[in-house]
Design a protein. Structure first.
Length: 549
């Protein structure tokens, strides 16, 4: 294959220890052991994907079998052994993918092959990738040979799941934990690759690639390859273009949304979120990014731009730092708890997009807890009113400086609410009664049939529900409660079972009543005369029924 036709991850794959980035300690230890002729029976490389486990295994195989020795290991003009190992064609260096060969028979064939010494190299080497995929019997078959192999035989294992390997196997290997590549090192590396490929990419776009790759060199090179192929030769890849290519939204949008949440700008918050959603960002990804932003707001004073792993650029970092100094920590902790709770709710809600919108609305209500207080209970005029007053001691957010001054000019706070239009709801039964009186039959049906009450308290309802619940139920109920009570309500969805629904309770009461009637003499005498009859319902006769008769 032409070297220029290879993907970047293969084209720039390290060939010697000096080519490895971020694994200097591992490389130095292995080199020293080979120089001292204290080579372990088996190496075990573990770490996340794309950081060089299999690549390091091949380099170790070269170092052990290079005709020039470890001191003068081939770099450009490869010896016969190094050339064959690099092409995966050396007869004494066998690479096996444990994901496709997991059984004990495969391992037995391998051990049978190991009985014969190397043909042209110093060591016969077995490289087993994704070794954790081997079966328990296969691992057991390896144990004895691992502990006391022939002097010419070496094993090199690579895995991303070290915990799935039996401890008896791990203890027989020299283990090396390959670390994630630091953001600064990875950025410098892909910059060099970009220059070699004559690519035109801005530093901000490269930082985004580093962020998304999460310390994986292979992921970073694959993303860079994709980015370079997506642009015309005369264009430069900037941050906005990179975000569109990788489906990654601008963090500054999230910061602006956070500021608007604090100010209670509901329409603008929903507008920004829908714009983010339209970019293809999944609700769970949005919530996780929101949690990451909360972390930065809470800890920004103890962080540096480097420690954010390029999740933030300079402008975003400074924005967060300025805002965070004006927000109380307990507010951020409340937001964090609500975000975690909403992540759990996503698993039980059919339309996750609507759930996120309700989550943002709940945050705004949480951020401006207000109490309606009647200033003068004695009506001074015919049209007596109650004025909304914000108490400083109950107010949680709008902690950005001078917000309290803005609130005094906010027409929402000056809004007058007629006292007689406010409805008080103290229980779940009262809520159903009000739904009946207000002719909200659909809400009444959902509350009775598909909702299980867990907890009901002032301005807060916690429920669970069945699969038949209407997808707009929470939104409709929240709007109606605000319309009736002139107060914001928080409706929490839970995985707990909760009480029986009202319909289920009525059905149980009906069954109990039927069983009681079946014990009466009248029923027994009736069934003797009509054995094929079946009692399906029982109705209690009221005083009014008797009078009508």
């Amino acid at each position: 294959m032409n070297n220029n036709s290879k993907v970047l991850a293969l084209k720039y794959r390290p060939q010697i220890f000096d080519d490895l980035i971020g694994q200097e300690v591992v490389a130095e230890t292995i080199i020293n052991s080979i120089k001292a002729d204290k080579v372990p029976n088996a190496y075990l490389f573990t770490g996340i994907r794309g950081i060089g486990k299999t690549t390091t295994a091949r380099i170790v195989a070269k170092a052990l079998n290079c005709l020039n020795g470890i001191e003068e290991m081939c770099v450009d003009n490869l010896c016969e052994n190094c050339h064959s190992i690099a092409n995966s064609s050396h007869i004494d260096v066998l690479e096996m993918d444990a994901a496709s060969k997991t059984g004990v028979d495969d391992v037995r064939d391998l051990l049978e092959f190991s009985r014969y010494g190397p043909t042209s190299a110093k060591y016969k080497i077995f490289i087993i990738d994704e070794v954790h995929m081997l079966s328990k019997q296969a691992f057991n078959a390896l144990l004895k040979t691992l502990e006391e192999p022939p002097s010419y035989l070496k094993f090199i294992f690579a895995t991303t799941e070290i915990k799935k390997i039996p401890i008896t196997v791990v203890s027989r290997c020299q283990r090396f934990d390959l670390s994630r590549i630091k953001s600064s090192e990875l950025l410098d590396f892909i910059k060099k690759i970009k220059d070699k490929e004559n690519g035109r990419v801005t530093d901000d776009a490269l930082k985004l690639i580093v962020k998304i790759s999460e310390g994986s060199v292979r992921d970073a090179l694959s993303l860079l390859d994709r980015a370079l192929l997506s642009l015309d030769t005369d264009k430069e890849l900037d941050l906005n273009s990179a975000q569109k290519i990788f489906g990654y939204f601008d963090k500054s949008q999230l910061i602006d949304l956070f500021k608007l949440i604090l100010k209670g700008k509901e329409e603008e918050v929903i507008k920004i979120y829908r714009k983010i959603y339209d970019q293809g960002v999944e609700p769970k990804i949005f919530l996780n990014d929101f949690l990451e932003l909360l972390y930065y707001f809470k800890n920004i004073n103890s962080l540096t731009l480097e420690s954010t792993n390029f999740s933030l650029n300079d402008d975003e970092f400074n924005k967060i730092k300025n805002i965070s100094n004006q927000i109380q920590p307990d507010v951020l902790m409340l937001f964090w708890q609500f975000s975690i709770k909403s992540l759990e709710e996503l698993d039980i809600v059919s339309n996750q997009h609507l759930s996120i919108e309700m989550f943002l609305i709940r945050l705004m209500h949480l951020s401006s807890v207000k109490k309606i207080k009647q200033l003068d209970r004695e009506p001074k005029q015919e049209n007596s009113t109650s004025r909304i007053e914000t108490k400083n001691e109950t107010k949680i957010i709008d902690q950005i400086k001078n917000i309290s001054q803005e609130e005094s000019k906010n027409p929402e706070i000056e809004t007058e609410v007629k006292a007689e239009s406010k409805t008080i709801i103290n229980s779940f039964d009262e809520l159903i009664t009000i739904c009946t009186s207000k002719r909200e039959l659909k809400l009444k049906f959902e509350l009775e049939k598909n909702v299980n009450l867990i907890n009901f308290e002032k301005n807060r309802i916690e429920i669970s529900f069945n699969d038949s619940l209407d997808k707009d139920f929470v939104k409709d109920l929240s709007l109606k409660l605000f319309d009736w009570t002139k107060e914001r309500w928080i409706i929490t969805l839970s995985k707990s079972k909760g009480d029986l629904s009202i319909s289920e309770k009525k059905e149980n009461e009906k069954k109990i009543l039927i069983e009681e009637v079946k014990q009466t003499e009248i029923y027994k005498n009736f069934m003797e005369s009509f054995p094929d009859a079946e009692l399906v319902d029982v109705k209690s006769i009221t005083k009014e029924d008797k009078e009508n008769d």
